[in-house]
Design a protein around this ligand. Structure first.
Ligand code: SF4
Ligand code: SF4
Length: 208
């Protein structure tokens, strides 16, 4: 049943006692855990920390402001609209997002229970490419090849671990990186009529 804190009645935000007997319990990262968030941040740092060091040592530190500005726009406005606003974590009432990755972002958009559209997926890919590529030209121009290699390894590790540990159990099922099986997605949608209805309306064929 919807509650003031959970207006769309998303099971991720129902009392944990309602998870008893759920057939997919343990197969999704469907409830916020501090450890999941710290794991995400740690993996992101394996890319970001060497990239920062490499750009600064190369003498192009001022250009990190451009990267930081992109982060603000991407994580603060763009990504949370095209990706996060479709996520069950976003459905909680309140001004701040509480989730296992973008914890702390302001929820400036409405919650969108329907799946991501094609244009949003394309935009997300473009955003990820800009985010990942930005520091490398500066490291190369500054002759910081070792730091560039370490940052590249960090980036690869980040995506590899993300895909293996998070995307395979993430509740934002329409994200292009999501790896949850249709069987588990359908079981989650069964427990979340608002989402199921929106997915059906969006034309997801197996729900018709
Ligand atoms: S899918 Fe929903 S009901 Fe099942 S364990 Fe996760 S949050 Fe609880
Ligand atoms: S898509 Fe990821 S980052 Fe966005 S709200 Fe969901 S869990 Fe958080």
């Amino acid at each position: 049943m919807a509650s003031p804190n959970n207006p769309h009645d998303i099971c991720t935000w129902r009392p944990v006692s309602e998870c008893a007997g759920c057939s997919i319990a343990g197969r999704l990262k469907c409830r916020f855990k501090l450890g999941d968030w710290l794991h995400f941040l740690g993996m992101f740092l394996t890319f970001v920390a060497p990239a920062f060091i490499g750009v600064i040592l190369g003498g192009y530190g001022g250009y990190l402001l451009g990267w930081a500005a992109f982060w603000l726009v991407f994580f603060g406005l763009w990504e949370i609209r095209i990706l996060c606003s479709h996520c069950p974590y976003y459905a909680e009432r309140g001004a701040m997002l509480r989730c296992i990755a973008n914890y702390g972002s302001l929820k400036v958009w409405e919650y969108h229970p329907e799946p991501m559209g094609v244009s949003e997926k394309v935009q997300l890919t473009i955003g990820f490419v800009i985010l990942g590529v930005y520091p490398f030209p500066f490291m190369v121009l500054g002759g910081q090849y070792l730091w560039a290699c370490i940052a590249l390894w960090g980036l690869a590790m980040f995506f590899w671990t993300l895909r293996r540990d998070t995307c395979s159990r993430c509740v934002n099922f329409s994200c292009p990186l999501n790896g949850v099986s249709e069987e588990v997605v359908d079981a989650y949608l069964e427990r979340n009529p608002v989402m199921r209805q929106a997915w059906k309306k969006a034309g997801v064929r197996r729900l018709q």
